[in-house]
Structure formats: structure tokens, C-alpha cells
Ligand binder design. Sequence first.
Ligand SMILES: Nc1ncnc2c1ncn2[C@@H]1O[C@H](COP(=O)(O)OP(=O)(O)OP(=O)(O)O)[C@@H](O)[C@H]1O
Ligand SMILES: [Mg+2]
Length: 252
Amino acid sequence: MESAILKTENLSAYYGNNRVVKSVTLPFYERKITVVMGPSGCGKSTFIRCLNRMHELVPGARVEGRVYLRNEDVYAMDPTIVRRKIGMVFQKPNPFPTMSIYDNVIAGYKLTGIKLKKSEADRIVETSLRQAALWDEVKDFLHKRGTFLSGGQQQRLCIARALAMEPEVLLLDEPTSALDPVATARIEELMEELSKTVTIVLVTHNIAQASRISHYTAFFYMGELVEFGPTERVFTVPRDRRTEEYLVGKFG
Ligand SMILES: Nc1ncnc2c1ncn2[C@@H]1O[C@H](COP(=O)(O)OP(=O)(O)OP(=O)(O)O)[C@@H](O)[C@H]1O
Ligand SMILES: [Mg+2]
């Protein structure tokens, strides 16, 4: 059995009295890509935002149940440390518009008040941009603004910014849905490469993408985890009728 680096136990999430994630127990295996799929509004984004304690930042929002990172209760940890160890990338590329490419990469350090020596910052910037497969394209103008890049490059910059904090887990919420097919293919390649060192949780509506690159698939429906297993099994012999209907495009 593979080891789960991250897992939830009976995790529920609320907005006020509205329970939108319902008692989900799910493992995330180390250095694997786990896809979270399901129809719009079924709670995917809310669920993954519970994993790194972003959900509680919404006024009136609340979490029940447990999240463990390497058997440590995430809700008993310092949230800043949790968000360092569990990085996040969103649907729309969101580099800080007034910052240079260089400063965007190390923004996480600045925002949390960690001072870096110039040599150390240089090293982190280069390593992170290389890991995000962006270094060669930007190395000659690191001091230009990040927003000057193409959409796909901006998304890779956001991935570099997350990687700069040396996370153990990377949460990606529909990272390619705002990108064209070429930029999407590059990010898919990148996710596969990154999964050799980082555990990846990917929310996607793109069924072909899920089947191409993920190792495990979790299927959500109306806040519940309906099905979880190796992607190949879930895609070829779904156990739940709702998973099957989603995969053949009946709803979603
Ligand atoms: N900030 C919020 N305040 C109140 N309700 C919210 C908030 N964000 C989401 N919800 C509700 O929680 C439920 C789950 O939303 P969520 O965004 O997690 O779904 P999703 O699966 O990510 O959907 P999509 O595929 O469209 O991104 C929905 O009913 C949504 O209306
Ligand atoms: Mg969402």
C-alpha cells in the first residue's frame, strides 16, 4: 500500500449553515497526482481550500473533521506553515501585477516576513523557475513585470511562486481552464514532471486531462465523495452510476 502524505477524515465544510462538503475521508498518496472531479458547485474548490486552511478565511466559513499532513493535525498547526507546506495555484493566473518576475517568485517569503540574502534569493528564483519550466524563457528579463508574460507563462510563474516555498503538496484548482491547448499541454507536462518530487491535488473539469496525467481520481457529487480509486479503474469500471454518467458527459 502506498503511503498517504495528506488525508482527510470526515471532513465537512460550511458557509454559514450551508454544508457543502459532507464528511469526506480521502487519502492523497505521496508523489502522485490525484484528480478531484465532479459537476460545477459540488464542492471541489471548497474541499481543497480546507486542505491548506484557506477555507476558514471566508467570513462565516467553518470546517469539521480532520486533515492530517504526515500524521500531523493541520488544524493544530500554524496556518502560515500549513500554507507553506501545502501550496496553491488558482484557475486564473494571478501574478502580483506591480511586481517583477523575480519578486513574484519570492513573494511568499516577503509576505511572511522572511528575509533572504541576495545570493539565496537568486538561487531560489532560478531553481523555482527551472522547476516550473520557465527559466529559459524569462532569465534575461527577470526584472520586468510578471504581467508582461503570456497567460501560460503567467500560470507557470504562479507555479514557480508556489514551488519557491518548497511545498510538500501542491493544490491546483483548474490551472489550465483559462489557457489555450498549447499552454495547457505545457502545464500538463510540468505537472507530470513535478509529481516526481511533489504530491499534486488537481481540480479539473477536463476529463481527458484527468485520464492522461492523474494516478488517482476522486469523484464528488453534491458535496459527497462518491468514488475514489486508481484513475484507470475509475475511468474504465466506475462503481457508481453518477461517476459513469459524468464521465460520458451526461451532466457537469
Ligand atoms: N464564498 C462563498 N459563500 C457562500 N457559498 C459559497 C461560497 N463559495 C462557494 N459557495 C457554495 O458552495 C458550494 C460549493 O462551491 P465550490 O466553489 O466549492 O464548487 P466547485 O465544485 O469548485 O464548483 P466549480 O466547478 O464551478 O468551480 C456551491 O453551492 C457554492 O454556491
Ligand atoms: Mg471550483
